[in-house]
Design a protein around this ligand. Structure first.
Ligand code: ARG
Length: 269
């Protein structure tokens, strides 16, 4: 249950450009409030018994707080990222450098992939979102490096541009007797919905209301699920399925299209 997360203080947080529909550069953001909400998230993880490491925030990279997009780390091996948008490109080498210094074997990305935003480990398989950011070609790289089958899921709603805004892995292995994932069906193409139905017949289907507050952008340790406090339907549903919902307010970071999961990169040794 104990997890290891990498996070980045939103010291330079801003909405200076718009690369997803949540971002409106004309709307003011409160950096102090963002830092405060992020600090609570760190404290929440520590209270749950998790380890948190930090990467130095770099000036001019306002989205660097979203560490989920910095890498994919499975079995101690790191796949680097390559961002779709030039605005975030400089984050990729910074993350790779952090992992190299920390002693991890790393492989730079060839195809565009935005880390755990789109590549979610679910037990033996990797669920890979595509459609807005991560390229199809990234699947092969991830499958080859991690030795796990990669299942492609086609995202169709621009508000849910990363897989981790539309789907949350709750429990890594089947057979727990609980739903293994929660997702918003409407965020996926018809074929991908059928794939999800087939693989996870007992999944929690989130409501539009939950997804609209980025409720699916949640972090589960298999028992406790840290999610936006505004996602009340999902919290109730999780509790009824035997999970413990832990609400956090990330409303300021949501102005950039991010929630708790976006701010959290899982480091799997
Ligand atoms: N503004 C950032 C972007 O559009 C938000 C990233 C959110 N991260 C995530 N894992 N969903 O790239």
């Amino acid at each position: 249950m104990r997890r290891h997360y990498l996070m980045c203080r939103p010291t330079h947080f801003a909405v200076d450009y718009a690369i997803n529909p949540w971002m409106d550069p004309a709307e003011p953001v409160d950096v102090v409030r963002a830092i405060d909400q992020w600090t609570r998230l760190v404290e929440t993880y520590r209270d749950l018994g998790h380890d948190v490491d930090f990467i130095e925030p770099l000036p001019g990279l306002p989205d660097m707080v979203f560490t989920a997009n910095g890498a994919t780390v499975i079995d101690g091996t790191v796949l680097g990222v390559s961002f779709k948008h030039a605005e975030r490109a400089a984050e990729a080498p910074a993350y790779l450098d952090w992992f190299t210094r920390a002693g991890f074997p790393t492989q730079a990305a060839k195809a565009t992939n935005e880390g755990e935003g789109d590549l979610l480990l679910a037990g033996d398989v990797i669920l890979a979102g595509t459609g807005f950011r991560t390229d199809h070609a990234a699947r092969a790289e991830a499958q080859e490096l991690f030795g796990r089958p990669v299942i492609t899921l086609q995202l169709v709603d621009p508000r849910f541009y990363h897989l981790d805004t539309a789907l949350c892995v709750l429990y890594p292995t089947p057979g727990s007797g609980r739903p293994e994932i929660a997702y918003l069906p409407e965020a996926f193409s018809p074929g991908s919905r059928r794939v999800l139905e087939r693989l996870y017949p007992t999944a929690i289907k989130a409501t539009e209301r939950d997804a609209a507050v980025l409720g699916l952008n949640a972090v589960s340790d298999g028992e406790r699920v840290v999610l936006p406090v505004q996602a009340s339907d999902l919290a109730r549903r999780l509790a009824s399925e035997g999970y413990e919902p832990v609400g956090v307010d990330m409303s300021e970071l949501r102005l950039a299209g991010g929630g708790p999961k976006c701010c959290t990169l899982e480091v799997r040794r």
